[in-house]
Design a binder for this molecule. Structure first.
Ligand SMILES: *[C@@H]1O[C@H](CO)[C@@H](O)[C@H](O)[C@H]1NC(C)=O
Ligand SMILES: *[C@@H]1O[C@H](CO)[C@@H](O)[C@H](O)[C@H]1NC(C)=O
Ligand SMILES: *[C@@H]1O[C@H](CO)[C@@H](O)[C@H](O)[C@H]1NC(C)=O
Length: 321
């Protein structure tokens, strides 16, 4: 299985404290209303908040036999826990959008030609499930699942705080388009340059993941993410440093790369950057297309869900309406 490119992944200490709680069976999940056509929903888990080994055990029981086998073969408790949580996050999140008619355990997945998982709906019965699309991203300290209806979605999360990278521009030369390299080179302060690098990186990953063609089908250097000043929204007496839109340019000869995508970039719980990329709604007029709606929840499935939208835990950097 190919791994997503991590330019610097910092492992965190494993912190599973068994409290020996006995959870005999999991309660039901609260359902969630479906996202509208222009909306993406994001659910995230903070792995360190799960300290209950028996809950993790219950979570494992939600996995398919094949997923269980994969998870058991993973070396290292922290990685194993993260793998279980990722799959549980996908299964429980999808279940919520079926009004919990589909048990998290019963979801089946197939892979597209390039390996991106999709929900495989079981036929039969009168009830037609919504056409849910999803994608997952994780760091050692957060796992996030994005959901849309009908349109493909790609998400990426990255930890904001990282060790300074010395050769940032040469790294950029390898993965970024000439325009992007030039953009980064215009930041003299190393900290600013690195934070811009991370923004671009997160957005680029989200785009490639939304396309779902794999990394070789959408090489990072063949498209450009640009921040464009949005002139119409600036209040002169209260200038905001971040009034911009996120644009994508693709080389005209690249058959694989399309440009009908919209992006949002947010900061999550002060510690992470999250980029969401979803297909544009062709029926929307001009600039409205550039913005998307986002709802965000933090969850520990079956234990607690918290809506984080409109709290300090979700800070709009760009792209939200
Ligand atoms: C997210 O998208 C990427 C690229 O399309 C894919 O490889 C990955 O498996 C997806 N993950 C999930 C859980 O959907
Ligand atoms: C398009 O994607 C396919 C498979 O992902 C790849 O083999 C092909 O070379 C790509 N074409 C271009 C022009 O990049
Ligand atoms: C998000 O930020 C962009 C500018 O970066 C701004 O145009 C937009 O109105 C903001 N949206 C919200 C919901 O704050």
């Amino acid at each position: 299985m190919r791994r997503w490119l991590r330019w610097d992944m910092l492992p965190l200490p494993f912190n599973l404290v068994s409290r020996h709680l006995v959870v005999s069976s999991l309660p039901s999940l609260p359902p969630a209303p479906l996202p509208s056509r222009r909306e993406a929903h994001l659910w995230y888990i903070v792995p360190n908040e799960l300290e209950d080994a028996s809950l993790l055990q219950d979570y494992r029981e939600l996995l398919s036999p094949c997923e269980k086998e994969n998870v058991l073969s993973i070396k290292g408790e922290a990685l194993k826990k993260c793998a279980i949580l990722s799959r549980v996050l996908v299964r429980t999140t999808l279940s919520r959008y079926t009004d919990c008619k589909v048990n998290p355990r019963l979801f089946k997945f197939r892979k597209n030609r390039f390996g991106k998982p999709e929900v495989e709906h079981q036929n039969g019965g009168l009830w037609v499930p919504p056409s849910l699309q999803f994608n997952i991203s994780h760091t050692s300290s957060m796992i996030a699942c994005g959901v849309t209806v009908d349109v493909p979605i790609g998400i990426d999360i990255e930890e904001k705080r990282r060790k300074p990278v010395n050769n940032l521009l040469s790294l950029a030369h390898r993965y970024f388009s000439p325009y992007e390299v030039q953009y980064l080179a215009s930041f003299m302060d190393p900290e600013n340059r690195q934070s811009e690098f991370l923004r671009l990186w997160t957005l680029k990953e989200a785009y490639v993941k939304a396309l779902g063609r794999g990394f070789s089908g959408a090489p990072f250097r063949d498209f450009t993410i640009r921040f464009e000043k949005s002139t119409d929204s600036v209040v002169p007496e209260r200038p905001k440093s971040e009034e911009f839109r996120i644009m994508i340019d693709t080389a005209s000869d690249s058959e694989n790369l399309t440009a009908n995508w919209q992006f949002a970039l947010v900061e999550l719980s002060g510690s992470h950057l999250a980029a969401i990329c979803m297909e544009k709604d062709e029926n929307m007029p001009g600039t409205e297309q550039e913005f998307l709606k986002l709802k965000v929840w933090k969850t520990l499935p079956f234990v607690e869900d918290k809506c984080m939208s409109e709290t300090d835990a979700v800070i709009n950097i760009s792209g939200l309406s």
